[in-house]
Design a protein around this ligand. Structure first.
Ligand code: ATP
Length: 444
């Protein structure tokens, strides 16, 4: 639906997130840890819904997909084979005067953007966090916190193939934490050092990879649109040849138009057979595919190509917040509202007695129990009903059920108020749950 605000400034989102318990600065009572964040009670509900929406659409609703959850710590040779040990670097420059550090490819000027001072030569800085396994901190015990979830999928390729007997094309998806020692962070949760990824490795027969690359781009564009992101705020940006990662034949980013400009929401890469071949070479275990539909015995064994749609949970969540936020003027009053799609809204239904009147409360509690048996719901009886509607609008609750004196004395019915239209309908309590499900779109 149309918004009053075209672009939302970051400080509005940050302030709402803190005020209402979506996202907090990590370790805040100690002054905070730079660019690290904690999800509060509403934030974690929203995050779980984003993960669930992804998992349902791309894993559970598809016959050609399965899920996996691999460990964050992996054998250090994984990162040698994948190329991360050598090439997962960003060019780092430092200001000789103020010692601020920047990613050379993120700044336009030859001088320090902070103070105008002279910058050092760029040096390659590896983004992987090192850690040690066991009590001895020597290089033999050294490994890394994974910088992407993808490698946990590649090293399990043969395990999954054998266990599931899947045939090409098929994919493996997983959701989990990744860590990158980013040189520059910022823009709230847009770029952090610890974040969560939802990644798919979709294995295809070589020669069909370009077609599948396009299919996955379309599938993800549609997913964002289905979850309510306005189409005009999304665009596709194919990478130029010199920008491609060491493993990629082609990559396209889906970008979102933030207040500060277009920013990457996700990347969809054609990784070719790079990873499976690299792990075959380094591990000595053949990660290939036996295609019984091919007649020629010399052609039956081959290494699949892979298309990778990679999306950050935190970044997707940020886009859902930005895109759904609005400030509307109603009868001279401003209401802040999150027009979140019901499938991802943290609270689906609020149950509100008209007041704290002793007669109303037991009935309202009864209605609350009924509603929460089916939906994530919240009961609120503090302050005026108008304020309570505003509080629910601000956290994106799609529906509010109000219990009033008419419910008790007259019709055993309640009012359902729609967050977006603010229209109300009266529904008999025995029909309430089904009507709510219908209003919410029956989608979860
Ligand atoms: P960049 O070039 O901006 O550093 P990237 O292109 O290397 O990022 P990918 O490796 O393609 O990023 O990561 C896939 C997705 O994971 C990104 O599109 C983003 O949604 C998410 N992501 C990557 N790095 C971060 C981060 N530091 N913080 C939050 N999300 C991230």
């Amino acid at each position: 639906m149309a918004r009053t605000l075209d672009h939302v400034e970051m400080d509005k989102i940050v302030s709402l997130c803190k005020r209402r318990g979506f996202i907090f600065q990590s370790s805040e009572i100690y002054g905070g840890l730079a660019s690290t964040y904690d999800y509060g009670p509403l934030g974690i509900e929203l995050k779980r819904n984003v993960r669930d929406a992804w998992w349902k659409r791309f894993i559970q609703d598809r016959d050609d997909m399965v899920g996996i959850e691999s460990a964050i710590l992996m054998h250090p040779k994984v990162w040698v084979a994948s190329g991360h040990a050598d090439t997962f670097t960003d060019p780092l420059v430092e200001c000789k005067a103020c010692h601020h550090r920047f990613r050379a490819d993120h700044i336009d000027s030859q001088t320090c953007p902070n103070c105008g001072g002279e910058l050092t030569e760029a040096r390659n800085f590896n983004l992987m966090f090192k850690t040690n396994i066991g009590p001895v901190e020597d290089t033999a015990s050294q490994t890394y916190l994974r910088p992407e979830t993808a490698q946990g999928i590649f090293v399990n390729f043969q395990n999954v193939l054998t266990a599931t007997r899947k045939r090409l094309p098929f994919g493996i998806g997983q959701i989990g934490k990744s860590f990158r020692n980013e040189i520059t962070t910022g823009n709230f949760t847009f770029r952090t050092r610890e974040f969560e990824q939802m990644e798919i490795e979709f294995f295809v027969k070589p020669g069909t990879d370009e077609e599948w690359h396009q299919k996955w781009i379309d599938l993800f564009m549609q997913w964002f649109i289905d979850l309510g992101v306005r189409e005009e705020k999304l665009r596709l940006r194919p990478h130029a040849q010199e920008e491609l990662s060491h493993y990629a034949k082609a990559t396209s980013d889906i970008e979102y138009s933030f207040a500060w400009g277009w920013g990457e929401l996700m990347g969809i890469a054609n990784r070719t057979d790079f990873d499976l071949k690299a792990h075959t070479q380094h591990s000595g275990v053949r990660l290939d595919y036996f295609d019984d539909e091919i007649e020629d015995p010399d052609q039956k064994h081959y290494t699949p190509y892979v298309v990778e749609p990679a999306l950050g949970v935190d970044r997707a969540l940020l886009v859902f917040l930005f895109d759904s936020y609005d400030e509307e003027t109603i009868e001279g009053d401003t209401r802040v509202v999150l027009h979140l799609n019901p499938a991802i809204a943290p609270i689906k239904v609020a149950v509100l007695p008209l007041s704290r009147n002793a007669r109303l409360v037991p009935k309202a509690r009864e209605v609350y129990d009924l509603v929460r048996s089916r939906f994530v719901a919240q009961y609120d009886d503090a302050q005026s009903i108008g304020r309570r509607y505003r509080r629910q609008d601000e956290i994106g609750t799609p529906l509010a059920v109000t219990v009033d004196f008419q419910t008790l004395d007259d019709d055993n019915a309640v009012t359902i108020r729609n967050r977006d239209t603010m229209q109300q309908i009266r529904v008999p309590i025995p029909e309430l749950v089904d009507t709510l499900a219908e209003c919410l779109g029956n989608s979860w």
